[in-house]
Write a protein that binds this ligand. Structure first.
Ligand code: PGA
Length: 258
């Protein structure tokens, strides 16, 4: 996992990111403080990132002081302008973020985000100096029809910009039917899909395709994290519900292979 010897110059630490979704008020900073206390003295083999709602990015960044990463959950393709309610990558960066998620299935589903839009958001993140976590993954009907690889291929081809070869990028494979449901693919299915994604990335980006982390997301919890993170080509996790409580998130971070 760590230091697979396949680095394209980027670090291949495991990346464990917590996606708070639309949860969190100023009082949640107590969880951030508990997280920092729990991470003291941890081995440097894991990069930990918290992605709070946009309203808390600056507060969380001030709290963590660079000890862990802070990310947005989405960004607009443009740096500024008449886009009421939107937040740009430059704004996230200005608030102290170093990452942002784009293309989460909840954005694709509830906001009609297309692969093309997700691709432009990823490019915006890089323009602002952020790393980007690009989410992909099939819905249940697609898996039942045996189309999961075809769906992922289409999303990879159209949501991941060419710049992924050189800019800070992680792909989060999140089967939509596993998000928030307590259901996960079997370990073999996770390993199979991650191998497939690696093959597609290498076919497109050559050696640089080896350096892109492939995260698993969807119902990762303190109980299943160890076996999921141990699967080949699983370079980390994108954690939703279980990232809201510091104790659970810390257990997941601790489950990463040393
Ligand atoms: P979950 O969410 O861990 O609550 O399933 C993961 C995600 O949506 O990123």
């Amino acid at each position: 996992m760590i230091g697979r010897g396949l680095s394209n110059g980027k670090e291949m630490r495991l990346l464990i990111a917590g996606n708070w979704k639309m949860n969190g008020l100023a009082a949640s900073l107590e969880e951030v403080r508990a997280l920092l206390r729990g991470l003291e003295g941890r081995p440097a083999g894991v990069e930990v990132v918290v992605c709070p709602p946009a309203t808390l990015v600056a507060k969380v960044a001030a709290e963590v002081q660079g000890k862990i990463g802070v990310g947005g959950q989405d960004c607009h393709p443009k740096p500024s302008g008449a886009y009421t309610g939107d937040v740009s990558a430059e704004m996230l960066r200005d608030a102290g973020a170093s990452w942002t998620i784009v293309g989460h299935s909840e954005r694709r589903q509830y906001h009609g985000e297309t692969d093309d839009l997700v691709r432009s958001k990823a490019e915006a993140a890089w323009r602002a100096g952020l790393g980007v976590i690009i989410c992909i993954g099939e819905i249940e009907a697609e898996r039942l029809a045996g189309k999961e690889e075809a769906v992922v291929d289409r999303q990879l081809a159209n949501s991941v910009p060419d710049g992924a070869a050189t800019a800070k990028t992680a792909i989060a494979y999140e089967p939509v039917w596993a998000i928030g449901t307590g259901r996960t693919p079997t370990n073999d299915d996770i390993a199979k899909m991650h191998r497939h994604i690696r093959k597609v990335l290498v076919a497109r980006f050559g050696k640089a395709g080896q350096g892109i982390e492939i995260l698993y997301g969807g119902s990762v919890n303190p109980k299943n994290a160890k076996e999921i993170l141990a699967q080949p080509e699983v370079g980390g996790a994108l954690v939703g519900g279980a990232s809201l409580k510091a104790a659970d998130f810390l257990t997941i971070v601790a489950a990463a292979p040393a």
